[in-house]
Design a protein around this ligand. Structure first.
Ligand SMILES: Nc1ncnc2c1ncn2[C@@H]1O[C@H](COP(=O)(O)OP(=O)(O)OP(=O)(O)O)[C@@H](O)[C@H]1O
Ligand SMILES: [Mg+2]
Length: 447
């Protein structure tokens, strides 16, 4: 569809030459000789761009601009002005005009201005669309929950999402900590500002400081230019510090200072920068235990923990399993383009009975796989992994056989190492990644 222009000018030659120039460029251009006629057309037509002269008989260009902006605040308007009234042009910009063109009109210039305006409009609507999509994705309604436990968590969330207070989100791996953090951000007044997730365990300790705080030129070998850190990038928005339990003790004190003083000092700089960010933290480790053991600073812990959100493991809220399964079936069927309409009752029963140590993420993976392999429009027990289908897992049977903790751990690692990453696996076992690595090495359980 051609872009539509409306040209408003009382000078016939100018009006007609502009209409010709833009029609030749492929625009669908209407032209009128007064603001009154323009308003009439705008009442029932959509134009991508309006180009108007300032001096017109009757209502002038500035008044026209004002009236347009009252009704259509997003409408792009370009003003044409004589050199003498450049002050008026600047006033027009303040009133919301996109740009102004000074007479005598150079065709190349006005063509370029209109082109830029149209491009900006496309970007604007793209941004609005994208934002709407993100908002929808992280609305509280997109957090599936049927259990009283989880409904309670969501009620609490609604009350605290739009506050300034820092919050600590606790829960086993895969319980939805990041999902909750995003929902809190997108349901706060910071929603249109950045949400910056930072995984403390994914960035090596020696790089984390400069990543977080930024650095100035020459701060260390290789720092050829200054760089903003992630915290500065999140200004006015939300920072999500994931796996905070893995933060080294040295950085803990630096982070504490940032939270207390609301300012950061880039590596190598003597000056601090004020920042306005809200902090959300998450961990699957027992952070209170770490405080007691002296590996986590208590003062930082209290600062993080103004609001606590505890996500219960899925096996403690089994009523959520069925709605989650239905939700994932729908999503993956659509995403993978497979006409899967449902799941057989005995398959659902197995899913409801399983222990789900990997929580919602594990469930999500199981459903995705089932949708991939099913060929008859519904999920049947044979589309589920053996340990779920026949009830319990090798880890469960290990327990039933009263194996030693060591054998149990071995069976557990062997079972989960393909579907979980290291941090998740360590989290599920309640051990550090280093300990996990040592066990794997000892037992030859390398991937
Ligand atoms: N209640 C829920 N409704 C819908 N989707 C959910 C829900 N809980 C979790 N999920 C989905 O499960 C997956 C895992 O969630 P998320 O990444 O937030 O978990 P996590 O607690 O951060 O895990 P980890 O500790 O391993 O990082 C995501 O794809 C998330 O969208
Ligand atoms: Mg996470």
């Amino acid at each position: 569809m051609a872009e539509r222009l409306l040209i408003v000018d009382d000078e016939q030659t100018l009006r007609e030459s502009l209409q010709r120039v833009f029609s030749r460029e492929g625009y669908d251009a209407d032209a009128v000789n007064s603001a009154e006629s323009a308003l009439e057309l705008l009442a029932s037509n959509v134009y991508h761009v309006v180009i108007t002269d300032i001096i017109l008989p009757g209502i002038d260009g500035i008044e026209l601009l004002k009236r347009i902006k009252e009704k259509l605040p997003e409408q792009l308007v370009i003003i044409i002005t004589a050199y003498a009234s450049i002050d008026t042009a600047i006033r027009a910009i303040r009133l919301g005009a996109y740009d102004y063109i000074v007479k005598p009109i150079v065709h190349e210039e006005i063509k370029q201005t209109v082109k830029n305006a149209v491009k900006q409009r496309a970007l604007q609507s793209e941004n609005i669309l994208l934002k709407k999509q993100i908002e929808k994705e992280y609305a509280f309604t997109s957090i599936i929950s049927a259990s009283t436990l989880m409904n309670g968590v969501i009620d609490h969330l609604k009350k605290v999402a739009d506050t300034k207070s820092n919050a600590l989100i606790l829960g086993e791996t895969g319980t939805g900590k990041e999902l909750i953090a995003r929902a809190m951000h997108f349901n706060s007044t910071r929603a249109d500002k950045p949400f910056v997730p930072i995984n403390c365990s994914a960035i090596p300790e020696n790089l984390l400081e400069s990543e977080l705080f930024g650095y100035v030129k020459g701060a260390f070998t290789g720092a050829f230019n200054s760089r903003h850190g992630l915290l500065a990038q999140a200004d006015k928005g939300t920072v999500f510090l994931d796996e905070i339990g893995d933060l080294g003790i040295g950085l803990q004190s630096k982070l504490l200072r940032v939270i207390e003083d609301r300012e950061i000092r880039p590596v190598g700089s003597t000056q601090s920068i004020k920042i306005d960010v809200r902090f959300l933290f998450a961990t699957n480790r027992d952070i209170e235990k770490m405080v007691a053991a002296g590996t986590f600073r208590p003062d930082l812990y209290y600062r993080m923990n103004v609001i606590t959100i505890k996500l219960p493991p899925l096996r403690q809220r089994r009523e959520d399993i069925e709605p989650l399964v239905n939700y994932f079936v729908l999503n993956y069927a659509k995403e993978l383009g497979k006409p899967v309409h449902g799941i057989e009752k005995n398959a659902m029963d197995s899913l409801k009975a399983y222990h789900w140590y990997g929580n919602v993420r594990e469930l999500q993976n199981v459903i995705e796989r089932a949708i991939l392999i099913t060929e008859d429009g519904s999920i049947k027990p044979e589309h589920l992994p053996d340990n779920i289908r026949i009830g319990g897992s090798s880890a469960d049977s290990a327990l039933a056989d009263k194996l030693s903790i060591e054998d149990y751990t071995k069976a557990f690692i062997a079972e989960y190492q393909d579907s979980c990453n290291e941090t998740q696996l360590a989290g599920m076992l309640g051990i550090t990644r280093k300990a996990l690595w040592e066990k794997r090495k000892r037992w030859g359980l390398q991937r």
